[in-house]
Each structure stands twice: as C-alpha cells, then as structure tokens.
Design a protein around this ligand. Structure first.
Ligand code: FPP
Length: 265
C-alpha cells in the first residue's frame, strides 16, 4: 500500500484524500502538525527544460501536484494551505508565459471547482485581484462565493500577490479609516493590521515550504510568516509528491518553536 505513494502516481491514477489511518500518515504526530502551511511552488520551468520540454509544460504538471497536495492537506486536517501561484513580479516574464498561466488558472477553476466544493474546501484568492484579466476575476469571485459556506480547509491562492503590496493596501485602508475619523492612529495595532490583510481570519503561518532549491521568501506572506518555520527541498514542484509534503510535516514536528521565549512549545 505504501508503495502506491512512494512509487508515485500513474498519470491516469486519481489521488484521493488519504484517510487518517493511511500508510502515508503512519509517522505523523497529529498533535504537532502546523495549522497553516504556505507553499512556494518553485521549479516548474526547470523541471520542464530538464526534460527538454517548454517551460509551460512544467506549469501544467504543477497543477497536478497542487491537486494532490491540497488533498493531502485536507487529509491531515490542516486549517489553511496558502500557495504562491503568481507574484506581482511575475508580470516581468515573457507575455506568452503570463498568458499561459492566466489561462491555466482559469482552466483549473473550471475543471476543479466542483470537486473542491465536494471536498468542503473554502477557496480564497489573495493579492491584487483587480489587476488580473476581468474574466478570471469573475471566475475567482464565483468560486469564492460557491465555497464560502464550506467548513473545511482555507485554500488561499496567491495571484498577483506581493507581501509588501498587501501591507501597503492594508495600511492605506487603515489610514483612510483614520482620516475619516473612524479609528484613532493609536488603534492601529498588530491585530488591526492582521484583520486588514488578505488572509484575515486565518491562523499565522507555521510552516513555509519552498521547492526547487532556492532558500528565500520572495515577498510571500511577510507579515504572516513572522514566526514561521522554513522547509526547503531541492525537488522541483512538479515532482513534489504527497510523501514529500508529509516529510515536511514530520520535520516540522521535530522543531523547537520558542516564539522569542525560552521554553519549547
Ligand atoms: C514557479 O516556477 C511557479 C510559478 C511562477 C507558477 C506556479 C503555478 C502553478 C504551480 C500552476 C498551478 C497553480 C494553480 C493555482 C492552478 P518557475 O516557473 O519560477 O520555475 P523555475 O524557477 O524553474 O523557472
């Protein structure tokens, strides 16, 4: 049974949400899981060019990985999974690649919406959504609306997202409220900023995973990751399997989190 996971999935094989007693989860410490995991899905381009394919083939392969990781996160009972799909800096890429990614997000929503809803997922798009193609914005809003009363995992997809940009937008809204006399400047505390962020209502990020070897945050969830643990792997995102995600959970379980204090959590 374990071989099924370790051996990887055949291209037509559908990956289901693993049960609590799945062999995949045999070494999980259930009381030491992160609540909120953020993933920088890097290495799609390198995966593709390494196989002699065009870069966009890597993004398409990355969608399948994302579906399986979301199912794994649901099986683990995580509160939130936030993934970096498109940054405010990604507009610098060649136009055909940007267009491909926008179409891929749209296609993903068309194909996966119903199943995510059945899986009780609450999807949410974070970032400067108004900067995305209008048709995609509409699909995103409709997807959020469809799943808003679900009670399962918060699945946040960062699109046209930058952590600094998110903070600028939050501060601008707070400044507007102060200028309108709705709040006093001294009311602006950590909780007030937290509530203005795109991730309002989510727990802080406990664990950031970055695939493909680079070890940086790349403007992702700057505020939310203040006390996050980091997990880096050389595996390219399209090759990142549920057992790799589980390995990150097992690694996290062994971390000593002190949040600036002295005692272990
Ligand atoms: C980084 O790899 C990946 C991206 C910029 C796009 C991420 C998109 C997906 C994984 C597709 C699925 C997403 C959704 C929401 C359907 P890279 O292109 O920077 O790779 P490289 O560093 O090897 O060039």
């Amino acid at each position: 049974m374990l071989k099924k996971f370790i051996g990887g999935l055949g291209s037509s094989e559908k990956f289901e949400i693993p049960a609590h007693d799945s062999p995949l989860f045999q070494n999980i410490q259930w009381d030491r899981l992160p609540r909120h995991v953020a993933v920088i899905m890097d290495g799609n381009g390198r995966w593709a060019t390494g196989k002699g394919l065009i870069r966009t083939a890597g993004h398409r392969a990355g969608v399948k990985t994302l579906k399986n990781i979301l199912k794994t996160a649901i099986g683990l009972g995580l509160d939130a999974l936030t993934v970096y799909a498109f940054s405010t800096e990604n507009w610098k890429r060649p136009r055909p690649e940007v267009d491909f990614l926008m179409n891929l997000f749209s296609e993903y929503l068309i194909k996966e919406l119903r199943e995510m809803d059945e899986d009780n997922v609450r999807i949410h798009f974070i970032g400067r959504i108004e900067g995305l193609p209008p048709g995609l914005q509409k699909q995103m809003r409709e997807a959020e609306e469809l799943m808003k009363d679900n009670t399962g995992i918060h699945f946040n997809v960062a699109a046209n997202y930058g952590g600094q940009d998110e903070l600028v937008r939050a501060v601008q809204r707070l400044a507007a409220k102060a200028a309108a006399g709705e709040i006093q400047p001294e009311d602006i505390d950590e909780a007030a900023i937290d509530q203005e962020l795109d991730t309002a209502g989510n727990p802080p990020v406990d664990l950031v995973i970055r695939t493909s070897g680079d070890e940086r945050l790349s403007n992702f969830l700057l505020w939310q990751s203040a006390y996050a643990e980091f997990y880096f792997t050389d595996v390219n995102w399209p090759d990142f399997r549920p057992e790799d995600f589980v390995a990150a959970m097992e690694d996290f379980a062994g971390r000593s989190r002190r949040f600036g204090g002295l005692k272990n959590q």
